[in-house]
Design a protein around this ligand. Structure first.
Ligand code: IPM
Ligand code: MN
Length: 367
């Protein structure tokens, strides 16, 4: 029995999650597996209702007991975080970063794949050219919150934000990337380390050595290195160069927004926060889109793609072939539906949120 914790979250999160769950129902019937979902009311609205306020740190966005319970599921399916009345950073830190760190979801897996019929701003590039995956380290780097401010508000103020890299943390992300490369079976068979060894001469020296040493265990895979600034150029000029990219937390955050744009935008891009031996969390990369909330015009493809990833990755980590097959089926159904949509942008799809979900669910049932 597959047990999924569902956090609709804020804004359009619950609307897109509903479409992902619709497709889950269709594929479970088709492939024949049992599942259970439990919905968690964790969002900005609840935080505000409880009296949440940045100056009262005692009001948590998510309770310890909820985190403990989330940790007992097979996977978490998340809609969106972000509320216009909650100061930036509170929900992101309280929910998203909190769960990533507490559940040790040490890889952020972000495929950059142009689906058929989807418009890309890159001229002359086709689905054959845009198909790579970014393995972003997800629990270290500039995201640990180490550092501080001294002499605040004075002319002598000093602020530091420490980039923390452990050999263990770097190595496990790198190893995951090599394993992912083997799984993908892309003829390029190449892992590119993206870093900045010419400036981050301590932090990325560690990354580079770990990459080369772990890489020796994978003699079948080509090892490649790009500086992050050059990588941004190649994403635009020749994305077909890449197969698997592995990179640090902050660079991964930045290049995957660029990646989302070349694959057709936030309506399409999905990601997974992965703990291969624990509980992983899957989400559309886009935000809560407050201005579209409740209008039924938001694109649920990214959330449905996140469901496809949830099934495939959970199936892989639990060695359950039927879940992997289900994930692949959902992705094929998405690829059958994208050519029928006028656009991937909210309000311009040529139909509403629920119709897109219906179309993908039907494509699954018909497959
Ligand atoms: C992302 C987001 C988060 C991040 C924010 C909301 C903290 O941008 O998932 O990419 O920086 O990781
Ligand atoms: Mn981001």
């Amino acid at each position: 029995m597959l047990r999924i914790a569902v956090i609709g979250g804020d804004g359009t999160g619950p609307e897109v999650v509903a479409e992902g769950l619709k497709v889950l129902k269709a594929v479970a019937g088709k492939v024949g597996f049992e599942y259970q979902t439990k919905s968690f009311d964790i969002n900005g609205e609840r935080y505000l209702a409880a009296g949440g306020d940045p100056s009262r740190a005692t009001i948590p966005v998510i309770h310890d007991a909820e985190i403990a319970e989330l940790g007992t599921f097979d996977a978490i399916y998340l809609g969106a975080v972000g509320h216009p009345k909650v100061a930036p950073g509170i929900l992101e830190k309280g929910l998203l970063l909190n769960l990533r760190f507490t559940l040790d979801q040490y890889v952020n897996l972000r495929p950059v794949k142009l689906y058929p019929g989807v418009w890309t701003p890159l001229k002359d590039k086709t689905p054959e050219d845009i198909d790579l995956v970014v393995v972003r380290e997800n629990t270290e780097g500039l995201y640990t919150g180490m550092g501080g401010i001294q002499y605040k508000g004075t002319g002598d103020e000093v602020a530091t934000q420490i980039m923390c890299n452990t050999r263990m943390g770097v190595e496990r992300a790198i190893r995951y990337a090599f394993e992912m490369c083997r799984r993908r079976k892309n003829p390029k068979k190449m892992v590119t380390l993206v870093g900045k060894t010419n400036v981050l001469t301590y932090a990325h020296d560690l990354w580079y050595r770990a990459f080369m040493e772990v890489g020796e265990e994978y003699s079948d895979i080509k090892k490649d290195y790009n500086h992050v600034d050059a990588c941004c150029m190649w994403f635009v000029k020749n994305p077909e160069y890449y197969d698997v990219i592995v990179t640090c937390n902050m660079f991964g955050d930045i290049i995957t927004d660029l990646g989302a744009m070349i694959q057709g935008g936030m309506g399409v891009a999905a990601g997974g926060n992965i703990n291969p031996r624990g509980v992983s969390m899957f989400e559309p990369i886009g935000g809560s889109a407050p201005k579209y909330t409740g209008k039924g015009v938001i694109n649920p493809i990214a959330a449905i793609a996140a469901m496809a990833m949830l099934l495939r990755e959970t199936g892989t980590n639990k060695a359950d072939a039927s879940l992997v097959q289900a994930g692949d089926k959902v992705e094929s159904a998405i690829m059958a539906v994208t050519p029928k949509l006028k656009s991937m942008s909210a309000g311009k799809m040529g139909c509403g949120t629920a119709e897109v979900g219906d179309m993908v669910a039907q494509a699954v049932s018909a497959s």
